[in-house]
Design a protein around this ligand. Structure first.
Ligand SMILES: Cc1cc2nc3c(=O)[nH]c(=O)nc-3n(C[C@H](O)[C@H](O)[C@H](O)COP(=O)(O)O)c2cc1C
Length: 464
């Protein structure tokens, strides 16, 4: 692998096609986020985004392109709000399958446009229902690396092998209350694209322990091609602490000695590895290389660069807060409906503010973090601890599981400038960041810096 810096996949849409494209053309690995792309793509089309329309025009099936344009292009509701888009389930409609495939294809296509560099896409293992369709869409666009964290991505090497040959695949999906898993099957031949030549991308597993590294390495489903070893200071979701799940007075999980990653043991596995979580500076980069890592994966410092997907005014506000003082980042044990700790940056007028969070009327209309559960009659329903409390309880959920939960779907989509407007209420942003957000300060000039500045800085090629 020729790159030593991976620009980490940051959802939803923070690692934008523009950011990944800028990094890849400099010879490093630019990565787009694979999370909720069906939704963001549909909303971008509703707003008439020209780059996405031109990417869509290159898709292999004319009938699908026309259908998608007819359904979404410039199709906002008369009051300017976005139309509803189907939510992920175990039985998606054929239209939604096509949307998941095509949206991921377009994201990778735009990141690869105009250069010969390598591009990756990042998925969360916890978000299972769109995975098979999205991976196929990314492979159709010639993605070079698929990365997956936030869970145990043991099936992925096999899934990628199969989809790279247009072959039928399945993935066991956890259904709460059901002792069995439900197999979600996807047969790409239903899309009639089997004549398209494909190449198998590499698979990088994002892990936080050597036990998981060994387990994945020895799996019958095939080993990953490399590991990204991520410390709990990294932005987005973090691995929960091991052993007793203790929480401090700020609501943060308490990490202890058992959570220190045994890097020597990971090195012994023998696969290439990258280090992540606070490695976005020249000292840590050199340390990682000296230790024997292939390189580093970096998120936060790219998240605030000019090319990232954060809505520009919001990004400026974040940079201003960093320049004028310190931004606190809370590792919130409760915020994410997934139950994983999730980092929330304290930014003015966002969901990190208690009043703003409490004023929001709960609604679940995007549904990427819903879990399938077995109803009393044996059929499958869907629920999310961030949905209206009474709905969650009616579905057999526990009241205590709803406390402090935030709607990551609406908050993260709002942060990239695609907020839903309901009457006079607009969904407000939720910002995630790594603990070391304030370390980007030396790079900021006139509330701005580029992805190229970040690469030069990390490699020690810039004087700040
Ligand atoms: C805004 C933001 C969003 C992120 N979202 C995701 C994500 O959706 N999936 C994921 O695996 N990692 C996510 N991450 C983690 C990054 O990919 C990367 O591993 C991490 O940021 C590295 O640590 P650093 O932030 O200290 O550089 C996110 C990080 C940030 C800052």
């Amino acid at each position: 692998m020729s790159f030593t810096i991976i620009q980490g996949g940051m959802g939803v849409g923070v690692s934008s096609t523009t950011l990944a494209n800028a990094v890849s053309r400099k010879g490093e690995l630019g990565v787009v986020s694979g999370t909720a792309l069906a939704l963001t793509f549909a909303r971008r089309l509703m707003k008439g985004a020209k780059d996405y329309v031109s990417a869509l025009e290159t898709f292999f099936d004319r009938h699908v392109v026309e259908k998608m344009k007819a359904k979404y292009l410039n199709k906002l509701n008369p009051d300017g709000s976005y139309k509803m888009v189907e939510m992920p389930t175990l039985k998606p409609s054929q239209d939604f399958v096509e949307l998941m495939v095509v949206s991921t294809y377009c994201e990778v296509y735009l990141a690869k446009l105009g250069h010969l560099g390598q591009v990756g896409i990042n998925f969360l293992e916890k978000i299972q229902m769109p995975t098979l369709y999205s991976v196929y869409g990314a492979i159709l666009a010639g993605v070079d690396v698929i990365l997956m964290g936030a869970g145990i991505p043991v099936r992925m090497p096999h899934v990628i092998d199969k989809l790279s040959n247009h072959e039928k695949v399945s993935l066991p999906i956890k259904v709460y209350n059901d002792t069995n898993h439900v197999e979600l099957t996807f047969d790409p031949s239903t899309l009639n694209l089997s004549h398209i030549p494909l190449k198998r991308p590499k698979f990088f597993a994002i892990i936080s322990s050597h036990t998981l590294a060994n387990y994945l390495y020895k799996s019958d489903f095939g080993a990953p091609d490399a590991f990204v070893v991520e410390k709990h200071t990294a932005g987005g979701h973090n691995a929960p602490p091991r052993g007793d799940y203790l929480i401090n007075e700020k609501g943060e999980p308490i990490y202890g000695e058992r959570d220190e990653i045994n890097l020597e043991a990971i090195k012994k596995v023998g696969l290439p590895f990258y280090l992540a979580g606070g490695y976005g500076n020249p000292t840590r980069y050199q340390e990682a290389l000296a230790f024997g890592a292939e390189g580093v994966q970096v998120g936060t410092i790219f998240a605030l660069s000019d090319e990232s997907g954060f809505e520009p005014t919001l990004k400026k506000q974040m940079l201003k807060q960093i320049v004028e003082g310190e931004v606190d980042v809370l590792t919130d044990a409760k915020a994410s409906p997934t139950g994983f700790p999730f980092k929330v940056a304290n930014i003015l007028n966002t969901m990190s503010e208690k009043d703003i969070y409490e004023q929001r009327t709960r609604i679940c209309d995007l549904g990427y973090l819903r879990e399938p559960y077995q109803k009393e009659n044996g059929s499958v329903g869907y629920r999310c601890p961030s949905e209206p409390v009474e709905d969650y309880i009616k579905k057999g959920g526990k009241l205590e599981d709803t406390v402090g939960r935030k709607c990551l779907c609406n908050g993260l989509v709002s942060a990239i400038g695609l907020p839903q407007q309901r009457g006079d209420q607009k969904e407000l942003p939720l910002i995630t960041s790594g603990d070391e957000i304030n370390l980007v300060r030396p790079l900021i000039k006139d509330f701005s810096y580029s992805a190229a500045d970040v690469l030069n800085y990390i490699k020690g090629e810039a004087t700040i």
